[in-house]
Design a protein around this ligand. Structure first.
Ligand SMILES: Nc1ncnc2c1ncn2[C@@H]1O[C@H](COP(=O)(O)OP(=O)(O)O)[C@@H](O)[C@H]1O
Ligand SMILES: Nc1ccn([C@H]2C[C@H](O)[C@@H](COP(=O)(O)OP(=O)(O)O)O2)c(=O)n1
Length: 228
């Protein structure tokens, strides 16, 4: 674009756990001056609220009945993303093993998805310079008109190695099994499952460094912008 500021650009980055969505999205957004939204953190936050309030995670109707109660606020600065529930900073407690093991069940409830999807769309619509939104159903359901859709993949072995590295020496085999179980649940749910959009660019990150993935996505965004 020759005159004035660039048009806001909407980038959707989806894929299973450990493919590099968060690290890539944050870096791309920071490099290009865009906002950043971690939608997994929002599903983790509502799961944390359900657990904290004693809601039976095995009862979808109990979850649905209170899905509208917690107020979830996401800060979208890629250099300092934040997440609060009813004013409380939950950035640490949403990463516990307990929340991780329950998030797929909570996020499969249609009333939860409807509420969080609406919130995501309003955040994306309000992003002045554009936004990178990462999750599982962004390209297919939340922002089907995104300017660019990326679907990140990597072998289960690479993903488990990355995750157990983060969890400070967690057993590789059990990390791999837990990750595959969550992927299966997220891919098989009825409402907006984890899936690649038909028009998404698939990037296999198994043998790429994080820097290479970031460079690849930045180039794709710049090409899109140039063509706009
Ligand atoms: N291409 C890559 N090569 C090696 N490690 C990576 C790569 N991409 C991400 N990582 C690391 O793997 C871990 C998981 O990445 P993350 O961005 O949280 O994935 P996701 O959001 O898809 O679950 C992080 O520790 C990150 O630094
Ligand atoms: N758009 C999204 C994002 C996440 N979810 C659900 C399903 C995922 O297992 C959980 C947690 O997502 P998150 O991105 O934090 O997962 P990882 O930490 O990358 O493994 O939330 C979803 O259903 N839809």
């Amino acid at each position: 674009m020759e005159n004035g500021a660039a048009q806001p650009v909407i980038v959707a980055i989806d894929g299973p756990s450990g493919t590099g969505k968060s690290s890539t999205s944050k870096a791309v957004a920071a490099q290009l001056g865009l906002s950043y939204l971690d939608t997994g953190a929002q599903y983790r936050a509502i799961t944390w609220w359900m657990v904290t309030n004693g809601i039976d995670i095995d009862d979808p109707s109990a979850i649905a009945a209170v899905a509208g109660k917690p107020e979830i606020v996401s800060g979208t600065d890629p250099n300092a993303p934040t997440i609060t529930v009813d004013g409380t900073d939950v950035s640490a407690p949403i990463r516990t093993q307990e929340v991780t093991s329950k998030v797929s069940a909570v996020s499969a409830v249609p009333e939860v998805r409807a509420r969080i999807t609406e919130l995501q769309r309003s955040i994306a619509a309000g992003a002045e310079h554009g936004i990178v939104v990462e999750g599982r159903d962004i390209g297919t359901t939340v922002l089907p008109d995104a300017d660019l859709k990326i679907f990140l993949t990597a072998s289960p072995e690479a993903r488990a190695a990355r995750r157990s590295g983060e969890l400070k020496g967690a057993d590789l085999h059990s990390t791999r099994e837990a990750l595959l179980k969550r992927d299966a649940a997220d891919s098989s749910r009825k409402t907006s499952p984890l899936a690649k959009a038909d028009d998404a660019v698939e990037v296999d990150t198994t043998d790429l460094t994080l820097a290479q993935v970031i460079e690849c996505v930045v180039t794709l965004v710049e090409e899109k912008r140039a063509g706009k």
